[in-house]
Design a binder for this molecule. Structure first.
Ligand SMILES: Cc1ncc(COP(=O)(O)O)c(C=O)c1O
Length: 412
């Protein structure tokens, strides 16, 4: 009896369909991309039955692992019972979720608006800040990413994500991590400024952790000038950095916080949450058709339960420290890898030329080799040269060992 015929990947067929039917802006990783057909825990499987260790988690979404039965189980039950009504009717899951989120978030944050994506959460947060302060301008940071809707795109500082040729002129950008720049901007425009928006740790901008004292000073400056602080925790939230929200590392509380991604662990949900006082400024009717629908809200409640029961905050801290240590040792032995940076399981390693300059092509080559070694990583930074590690928070020690071995091989 002969062996079973080798399977053929559908990659070429799907690339042709993509080339014909998706907008050209929808780009993909890899010259030779796998076709994923299944996910389980920290792993994705392609149509050739090859197993990949997913160290990007669908961009910080699958923090509790792929197809986690403790999350999809309650969601499936909810789909079979009541799938969708929209917020003009009373349902239970959205309210239990709002209460749970108020309990998890720091300070007086207590009132939520649910939507279906991060961009919408940012858009709503910005609108709320304008309504509350009665001022039109927003200050954002260079190298930030806040989304794809018009205002979210315009607050985005990363040039590659700012496609709109006619961005509205109500947003200015200052360098991330530079509190003096914020003080200067406030000196000029505080009376016109509703909010300062930033990620606590920049993610797509290259995993940038601000200097010590930065966030405390920013909080003080915002208070002194009557400007609201919006923290975009869409990527950093839900224990990615080792705490429920990254702002907890810095001991500050924003006036408005945005969340999405890992909150749904693959179910499309986003939200902004603010204080009761600020919320009172947004009273005209607002609705998001799919926002916090019974299925997504049930999934998010199961996510919170799973993170809590499995102590994913601690796991992110411990595994993050271990991964950081291994990456630091490895980088010291590889001339083309710079110093790793990050917090918890959100770590970036710059790929550089011998002169220390960003090496985007080399980064792509390493990513492709890693993929061939069945490890999926991301890339970030304005020069697209920062290898980005954001695995599910459930990753095991020996799996981190596999990652490190693969990087040694891919950078040899
Ligand atoms: C920090 C941050 N904010 C906002 C967004 C936009 O979220 P979405 O793609 O769900 O609209 C992203 C997406 O990557 C993000 O990383």
């Amino acid at each position: 009896m002969g062996s079973a015929p080798a399977k053929a990947s559908r990659a070429q067929e799907l690339l042709a369909l993509k080339g014909e039917y998706l907008m050209p802006c929808v780009y993909h990783f890899y010259k030779d991309p796998p076709v994923f057909v299944r996910g389980e825990g920290c792993f994705l499987f392609d149509d050739m039955d090859r197993r990949y260790l997913d160290c990007l988690s669908g961009v910080a979404v699958m923090s509790a692992g792929h197809c986690n039965p403790d999350i999809i189980g309650p969601a499936i039950e909810q789909i079979q019972t009541l799938q969708h009504t929209t917020t003009i009717y009373l349902t239970d899951p959205i309210l239990r979720l709002a209460k749970a989120l108020a309990g998890l978030t720091p300070g007086e944050l207590s009132r939520s608006f649910f939507c279906a994506s991060g961009s919408e959460a940012v858009e709503g947060a910005l609108l709320t800040s304008v309504l509350h302060t009665g001022k039109p301008r927003i200050i954002a940071t260079t190298n930030s990413l806040h989304g794809r809707t018009r205002w979210a795109m315009n607050t985005t500082g990363m040039p590659m994500w700012r496609t709109d040729p006619y961005p509205p002129d109500d947003v200015s950008h200052i360098p991330f991590g530079d509190a003096d720049a914020l003080a200067d901007e406030f000196a000029k425009h505080a009376d016109q400024t509703a909010a300062f928006i930033a990620e606590p740790i920049q993610s797509n901008g290259g995993i940038n952790v601000p200097p010590d004292g930065y966030w405390q000073r920013v909080r003080q400056l915002c208070d002194d000038h009557g400007v609201l602080l919006i923290l975009d925790e869409i990527q950093t939230g839900f224990n990615r950095t080792g705490r429920w929200f990254a702002c907890e590392h810095f001991g500050i509380v924003p006036d408005i916080m945005t969340v999405s991604k890992a909150m749904g662990n693959g179910f499309p949900i986003g939200a902004f949450i603010t204080t009761d006082q600020i919320a009172q400024s947004y009273t005209r009717p607002g609705a998001s058709t799919h926002g916090g629908n019974p299925v997504n809200a049930t999934a998010a409640l199961a996510v919170i339960d799973y993170h809590t029961r499995h102590h994913l905050d601690q796991r992110a801290q411990e595994s993050g420290q271990y991964l950081m240590k291994q990456l630091t040792e490895l980088s010291a032995k590889r001339v083309h890898l710079g110093q790793p940076r990050g917090m918890g399981l959100m770590i970036g390693v710059p790929v550089i030329n011998s002169d220390g300059e960003p090496a985007a092509q080399r980064c792509d080559l390493i990513l492709e080799r890693l993929k061939d070694l069945r490890i999926l990583a991301g890339k970030s930074g304005p020069d697209r040269n920062v290898l980005t590690w954001m695995p599910p928070l459930t990753i095991e020690r020996h799996e981190i060992g596999e990652v490190i071995d693969a990087i040694y091989e891919a950078t040899a």
